[in-house]
Design a protein around this ligand. Sequence first.
Ligand code: SAH
Length: 259
Amino acid sequence: MRFDVLTIFPEMFSALTGSGITRRAAETGALQLKLWNPREFTQDAYRRVDDRPFGGGPGMVMLAAPLQAALDAAAADGKRGPVLLMSPAGRPLTHRKVMQLSQLDGLTIICGRYEGIDERFIARNVDEEVSIGDFVVSGGELPAMMLMDAVVRQLPGVLNTEGSATEESFADGLLDCPQFTRPEVMDVDDASEGVPAVLMSGNHAEIAKWRREQQLIRTLSRRPELIESARAAGKLSARDEATLKRYTRDALSTKKGSA
Ligand code: SAH
């Protein structure tokens, strides 16, 4: 998948291409990254990419012209897919959106800086604004890298183990279950630090059942609204519902018992 990214800090993207899964994806070509720096498309001696906001106020605003020239260069080079702007005013990114984006053969991403971008550039060029959450960071680069990482790991062949991406949080609308690895006992004096016995049983059906229950219980206690959505989407079986009921009943009876 090809990503064309407009940024005044292209060097930041070595964090994506330099380590881990995204590095391997860049090496195999699953991730193709083209970086376009608006500063290289300025016409003035100072290579200005920002100016003061009309109407006054703090901070600076990114100029439309260098961004437009950079975007036109990306287009001439064969950029693909919709143009996204990373922005706290966009729709918050979700697993569902990530899955949709991973079906595309390319994406163009604009990274803002300062107080943001001249609105006329956005109106003319941007198909969609995407946020990574209801908070503000200093630039669109980290948000863009988060989005790209999430999308790239969904591309065929990028994750080592088939199933890694389908067995993690949100894939089935629920949070992931807890995981354990060696050693089997962390602290011999503390029985609570052992590994759940079922995981050592070798019984794959029982393990799968336990994991599903853990997912349900975790999601209900930490993110109950996700249980509602999973239910509405028909993703909960009769057995799942029974697990949830049992858990709720047990929780209620513990409360009564302790009162
Ligand atoms: N003045 C703006 C914030 C600008 S922050 C406002 O209050 O809305 C500078 C840039 O960082 C933005 O243009 C955007 O590209 C990026 N950015 C900041 N927070 C973000 C978020 N939550 N999601 C996506 N991009 C964000």
